[in-house]
Design a protein around this ligand. Structure first.
Ligand code: NOJ
Ligand code: CA
Length: 613
């Protein structure tokens, strides 16, 4: 079997690389069409790796590329061992990984183990009768009454998690579309086979997986079928296998749940290396629309510590709807009224739009949101096209509106494909605001002040400060509710136990002014939210990496007084321009923020040098 080389450079010895990585989510189908058949493919993606490298991405996340009838974007797999022929072959995946590794880029892929397509040969066999060898590979029942506490996820299309199969004369269980029967993980053959799948693709060279729909692997009566102990047992088994045979690979859990539930998917550092932080995402959008920091500070305060070596995956948008499952009913109504003014923008329990359209194409807001994405604790995950501000097409079905072809150039078919327009898997955007003639990579490459160049510069600065990936966070209290300030601090940073209040008697952490006027939870004293360890000096004497981030969530200019007295004598250096700012004194530090403005300051000891270094 073809096997890719390991990633180039010393980084290959770094098993915790994902903590500092920036991920880039790619829809193979929509990225670049190398053979003019209207569908993006793996050779097409290979030909665009230089672009991804130029952008400064560390790891590509591939949406499913396996054999599939594509009734759910490839999350309906009909053969785990082959690549969908339109996308290429297994050898192309090996070559992709190889070429990416040569450029210092890793590649992870979606692994969909909870369910298959109903076209999978296993299911075709299973449904034939009750005695065939695969009869017990799926979850069958004589009635549709079991597991009634399990919620329905695709509310737009599904009425029940059970589907009647006339062939077998029984119901089968499905957490997603009815054409996606759930595999039966109680069957040891299924559990073992999925580990075979994992080994197969890791042998080819993939650097890990995004584990699709992990909370639902097992079902039990009297439960909601999520987060069952059996599911965690299986994930521990999977992790053990991966760590022992393939050290340095990553498992990233997709569990759309509250932080206190999701943290269990890290286990004691023995389940997934990473988990997506779903509830943070809508709160970033809420914060800018309300012009208040509390949605963000509250969810951070509600986020428990995670084990050493683990990381959150944080994101603004992805290939699905902007999910609103992890907000209150009141907040959901607010989000719908603000961000889905046309009912066609709604999808399931969420909003089917891209970042640029959500922020009404206001580049200041898009940049502010990205600055939060790149500076809050967790590894940022970008969605293809958002780096150039691509829009969406709400008239397309399901979630296709946010999956249109990548806009490379103002040429025919956005430079994505030379096929006839009618042959394209989806039409590219052609409207005057977001269409490919207005928004494309080629034009933004030529324009040094484009969003694309800004994004690249941000990633460059982030890379220079590993504290963004591995450091703790302390919120800096300020009286202006539109200002959000925090310090990112590595363990080598000097600390008085986490105080960032300048010694005020209330600890400076009252985050008054929740939406309903309640006082929000107090920030846990001295907690490093990334690891749960107190921020104490490590005694190494090495220079600490300390970054102060200050954002203005308002559309108007704002002042902010920051109680930074415990950093007295240090000098802030603005990281994008390396401009020295006046040293921190004994009074609160004063900054003036332009509308939707933000600053990242490195804090260095002593007065600023003339060069800012
Ligand atoms: C989550 C994926 O992100 C989504 O696109 C898919 O439809 C479901 N899982 C079902 O696999
Ligand atoms: Ca093609």
């Amino acid at each position: 079997m073809a096997r890719a080389r390991p990633v180039s450079g010393t980084a290959s010895k770094d098993v915790h690389w994902y903590q500092r990585a920036v991920f880039y989510e790619v829809l193979v189908r929509g990225f670049f069409d190398s053979n003019d058949d209207g569908t993006g493919d793996i050779p097409g993606l290979i030909s665009k790796l230089d672009y991804i490298q130029w952008l400064g991405v560390d790891c590509i996340w591939l949406l499913p590329f396996y054999e599939s009838p594509l009734r759910d974007g490839g999350y309906d797999i009909s053969d785990y061992w082959t690549v969908l022929p339109e996308y290429g072959q297994v050898a192309d995946v090996a070559q992709l990984v190889d070429e990416a590794h040569r450029r210092g880029i890793r590649v992870i892929a979606d692994l969909v183990i909870n369910h298959t397509s109903d076209q999978h040969p296993w299911f075709r066999e299973s449904r034939q009768d009750r005695t065939n060898p695969k009869a017990d590979w799926y979850v069958w029942s004589d009635d549709d009454q079991r597991y009634r506490d399990a919620r329905i996820i695709f509310v737009d299309t599904e009425k029940s998690n059970w589907e009647w199969d006339p062939q077998r004369g029984q119901y089968y269980w499905h957490r997603f579309f009815a054409h996606q029967p759930d595999l039966n993980f109680d069957n040891p053959e299924v559990a073992d086979t999925m580990l075979d799948v994992v080994r197969y693709w890791l042998d080819i060279g993939l650097d890990g997986f995004r584990l699709d729909a992990v909370p639902y692997l097992f079902e039990r009566d009297g439960t909601d079928g999520e987060n069952l102990p059996e599911t965690h047992d299986y994930l521990r088994r999977l992790r053990k296998e991966v760590d022992s045979l393939y050290p340095g690979k990553v498992l990233l859990a997709e569990a759309n749940q509250w932080p206190e539930d999701v943290v269990h998917y890290f286990g004691d550092g023995d389940e997934c290396h990473m988990c997506f932080h779903f509830p943070l995402m809508p709160r970033m959008f809420m914060a800018v629309r309300r012009e208040q920091r509390y949605p963000i500070t509250e969810i951070l305060a509600r986020t428990p510590p995670i084990p050493e070596g683990c990381s959150w995956g944080i994101f603004l948008r992805n290939h699905d709807e902007l999910t609103l499952e992890m907000v209150t009913d009141e907040e959901r109504d607010y989000m719908w009224s603000e961000y889905a003014k046309d009912p066609r923008m709604k999808r399931n329990i969420g909003i089917g739009r891209r970042l640029a359209t959500l922020v009404d194409n206001d580049r200041r807001v898009a940049e502010l949101l990205h600055s939060l994405l790149f500076s809050l604790p967790g590894s940022p995950v970008l969605y293809y096209g958002d780096e150039i501000g691509m829009g969406d097409n709400i008239y397309l079905g399901d979630r296709d509106g946010v999956r249109t072809p990548m806009q490379w150039a103002p040429d025919r078919n956005a430079g994505f494909s030379r096929a006839d327009f009618a042959q394209l898997y989806l039409p590219p955007l052609m409207d005057p605001v977001y269409g490919f003639q207005a928004v494309n990579v080629e034009a933004q490459m030529r324009n040094p002040s484009s969003q694309l160049h800004w994004m690249r510069r941000m990633l460059e600065v982030r890379r220079q400060h590993p504290v963004f990936g591995t450091g703790g966070i302390e919120i800096v209290s300020t009286d202006n509710p539109s200002a959000l300030a925090y310090i990112r601090l590595s363990d080598g940073g000097h600390s008085d136990g986490g105080r960032s209040d300048g010694g005020r008697s209330d600890g400076g952490r009252s985050e008054g002014g929740r939406f309903d006027g309640d006082e929000a939870p107090r920030w846990p004293d001295g907690d490093n939210l990334s690891t749960g360890k107190p921020l104490t000096p490590d005694g190494s004497g090495g220079p600490a990496d300390i970054v102060l981030c200050v954002s203005n969530l308002s559309r108007f200019a704002q002042p902010a007084q920051l109680p930074l007295q415990r950093w007295e004598g240090m000098s802030p250096i603005e990281l994008l321009g390396r401009t020295p700012f006046p040293p921190i004194g004994e009074l609160p530090y004063f900054v003036t923020l332009p509308p939707y403005g933000f600053y990242w300051f490195g804090l260095v000891a002593g007065p600023p040098s003339p060069t800012g270094d």
